[in-house]
Design a protein around this ligand. Structure first.
Ligand SMILES: CC(C)=CCC/C(C)=C(\C)COP(=O)(O)OP(=O)(O)O
Ligand SMILES: [Mg+2]
Length: 437
């Protein structure tokens, strides 16, 4: 991969936020020096103690051919990790729930778009424009030159998606642009599968299971006999979604550990299962109960994006810490909150789309006999409850599990949640709010 000279992470952000990555790394290293980081008594109690992670393993892992991360600066340690940065615009980087009211007027002036009124969220600093520009340039080159992702007339939509801004905003602690590209390629590939197999760019529920399964082998390879292996290998170049999955995964596997790659495969299998449930309901023209919809949406969900935060951050959360029930709950709540954000911001787009597109307001209106407006407002409350639960569970886990890798991972997930909201709010090319207020 090319390795251009890059500015330090978050170079254009306010001072406290610009030290975010280095601050966390330094804090983690400080705690590692000071105490046993095998997890603490209430951290993954049913498991044998995970191997002690060395301080050097928590330093950002450089990608092949990429510049090394900035050296961490001294810091104040664990308490400060939990409290998080306190500078202007850094509220979204904290772990503990915050009491202060979050109103649209507290959003940084540069952010375009209007937040959904009453939505509990944390405004974030504007993503570093230097990084956004570089990621945008590189992702377009990848899409066109490496995977032939889209025909010319889709270019405007590709640009309008603003994936560079999205990923830079969601990964403020990525040490380099190469690390950001891991997330960006996967995000583009995931959307190609959703658009081309499931939704508006030729997708259909009919035959979706076959398409998803064959595409999944681009992430989780087929091992078969010599006779059949070449046909499978050839199939990975047969359409844009498979080309994108194959290439994005190849880059990811090169940078990730074996268990990080396996975590990602598992999350993608979850996603594909969610797509299939949604498709089954579409084929039957069935509107599920609200809880059933929420169960489907826990799988048809952004989850595979925040759970790569450690790979993109250049460190690894050990597999047994990731697997503990408390962290699984936090990840699920975060994924659910981020996905209901999508349901709220994409509501008008989906009403205008052909067919009966399900999202939380639509399902609540139908199943609970509410007006469109009341159902939308109730969905905002569902989202807010999920966000509050995510934050209180994350704070409780951070206290119970003093491993610095866990703390940094939780901060990364929280940053992804906030960056995801910011992208939805600001993407006025793609989304617009209903006229309910
Ligand atoms: C990036 C990723 C893993 C996406 C998986 C699921 C997905 C496409 C979403 C959660 C977004 O939902 P939706 O399909 O409703 O997207 P738009 O509303 O069309 O933006
Ligand atoms: Mg949507």
């Amino acid at each position: 991969m090319p390795a251009p000279e890059l500015p330090p992470p978050q170079s254009s952000l306010p001072e406290a936020a610009s030290r975010f990555g280095a601050h966390l790394l330094a804090a983690a290293a400080h705690v590692l020096d000071a105490e046993d980081v095998s997890g603490g008594p209430s951290c993954a109690p049913s498991l044998p103690a995970p191997p002690v992670t060395s301080a050097s393993a928590l330093a950002a892992r450089p990608l092949p051919g990429a510049p090394a991360a900035e050296a961490p600066a001294p810091s104040a340690g664990l308490e400060r990790i939990l409290r998080g940065p306190s500078g202007l615009g850094t509220a979204g980087l904290r772990l503990f729930p915050r009491d202060e009211p979050q109103t649209p007027s507290s959003a940084p002036a540069a952010t375009e778009g209007t937040p959904v009124p009453g939505l509990y969220h944390h405004p974030v600093p504007e993503p570093d424009p230097v990084r956004v520009e570089e990621v945008s340039r590189r992702i377009k080159a990848w899409a066109l030159d490496e995977v032939s992702l889209y025909p010319e007339d889709w270019e405007e939509q590709f640009d309008g998606f603003s994936v560079g801004r999205y990923m830079v905003g969601c990964h403020p602690d990525a040490p380099t642009v190469d690390h950001l590209m891991l997330a960006t390629r996967l995000m583009v590939a995931e959307n190609a599968v959703d658009d081309c197999y499931c939704e508006d760019h030729g997708g259909s529920p009919v035959g979706l299971g076959e398409r998803l399964l064959l595409a999944h082998t681009a992430l989780d390879p087929l091992y078969t006999t010599r006779e059949y292996q070449p046909q499978w290998a050839e199939s990975l170049h047969a359409d844009a979604p498979r080309r994108a999955y194959r290439s994005a995964m190849e880059y990811f596997v090169r940078a990730a550990s074996a268990s990080q790659a396996d975590r990602f495969r598992h999350d993608m299998a979850r996603l594909h299962m969610g797509y299939l449930a949604e498709a089954a309901w579409a084929q039957l023209d069935h509107v599920p109960e609200v809880w059933e919809y929420l169960a489907m949406r826990q799988f048809n969900n952004f989850r595979p994006c925040p759970t790569i935060t450690d790979t993109v951050g250049g460190y690894e959360l050990p597999a047994d810490l990731h697997a503990q029930a408390g962290l699984q709950k936090v990840i699920a709540l975060a994924g659910n909150a981020t996905t209901i954000v999508n349901d709220l911001y994409s509501y008008t787009k989906e009403l205008d789309a052909p067919g009966h597109h399900l999202n939380l307001p639509v399902v609540i209106a139908e199943r609970e006999g509410l007006s469109d407006r009341d159902a939308y407002l109730k969905s905002v409350e569902v989202h807010n409850d999920l966000m509050h639960d995510f934050e209180s569970e994350a704070a409780a886990l951070a206290e119970a599990c003093p491993a610095p890798g866990v703390h940094r991972f939780l901060r990364g997930v929280a940053a992804w949640v906030d960056g995801n909201h910011n992208w939805h709010q600001s993407n006025t090319y793609r989304y617009s709010l209903p006229d309910f207020w």
